[in-house]
Ligand binder design. Sequence first.
Ligand code: C2O
Ligand code: CU
Ligand code: CU
Length: 437
Amino acid sequence: AEADGTKRFRLEMRTGRTELLPGEKTDTWGINGSHLGPTLRAKRGDKVAVDVTNALPETTTLHWHGMHLPPEMDGGPHQTVQPGKTWSPSWEIDQPASTLWYHPHLDGRTEKHVYRGLAGMWLLDDEESERLTLPQRYGVDDIPLILQDKRMNDDGELQGPPILTGKVLAGGPVGLVGDKIFVNGTYQPMFAATTTKVRMRVLNGSNGRTYHLGFADGRRFDLIGVDNGLLEKPAPRTRLPVSPGERVEIVVDVKPEDSVVLRSFPFDLGTPFPGNRIAGGDDTLDLLRIAAGDRLEPSPAVPARLAGSSLPDPPAGARTRTMHLAGQSYINNKTMNMSRVDEVLTAGTTEIWNVTTDEMPHSLHLHGTAITVMDVDGRPPQPWDSGPKDTVFLRPGGRTRIAVHAPKHASERFPYMFHCHVLFHEDRGMMGQFLAV
Ligand code: C2O
Ligand code: CU
Ligand code: CU
């Protein structure tokens, strides 16, 4: 912390070589290291500042996904950082406890930069969350899990994504899908549990793959949080989908001498045959082995009440907008244009977006704010679509109504982004810009 109480973080994006697979080095990019970035942590009310230095050979940006902040601090495609330069945004943390993340957002190059290894988590706390009897000792009983899939050549170098090589790989509905899964950059990881409950903050930081979480032995777990904050109460689950850009927080029971695998099970993405197979929907993948010793420290029960509901329903007569996501590039028949504003919202108000899709699965994300899923094909949202979201999985041919809580930081000049978080779609133009005025 600095003299005025500001918490300052220093991040440097650089190139490096990383042993992703045992005995093989891979060209990667990282933040303060050769691959991925440090977990940042701040609390509601904190003033934060970040020095983002670009030591890469090309221009990039760094975006704070899920953060409620003024648009010029957001790190979207307009806040570019040239090689050798430092960008220093600052803002005040003013939102509930949540599991956020950060990654580059260069126009047309996001897939490449994230795939190379530029991503990290940003955890937010608040007074209420600190009082909850949830596991919250970082790395002990509260662990971050960044899920990413990659595809490697025989020489260990990364294959694709298409933009990286200039070659169009056999692109399925969601672009490149890797056959090797890395968790926090580690292949085939193991976690040694020391407590009877373990909290996992799972980020799908993959380009296009959707995971369908569950445990190999079918054990139940509690879903306690989604993208932009904790749920009002825990939801018991055995399976849980998480699409690109989304986060879920779960708590699972561990017994002495346990050995259980967190796995991704097949998931019907709803694309016409053979789209599901090409997009990875038929895959079964082991993500993480949890192993426990013979003595575990007892953890308190998960509280029955986690967070108060603070997001307002749309008022009667709320402004309604229609968004149609089509193919791999279009929102309302338009592709991304950096110098066009697509929507103008009134800062601090709540409105309704009616979102429809055609034959592809998408993952719709809005910057700078939280959103709430009102209904999906006329039915109430599933537990993983409940609570404060910022990224929503959209099934092909579906109709999803979301309440959009427009950012309160008004600006006539700087837009926020809304886009598909399947990075292949995002880079192909499935993105628009909105102002909050
Ligand atoms: Cu996670 Cu606009 O991005
Ligand atoms: Cu974002
Ligand atoms: Cu998409």
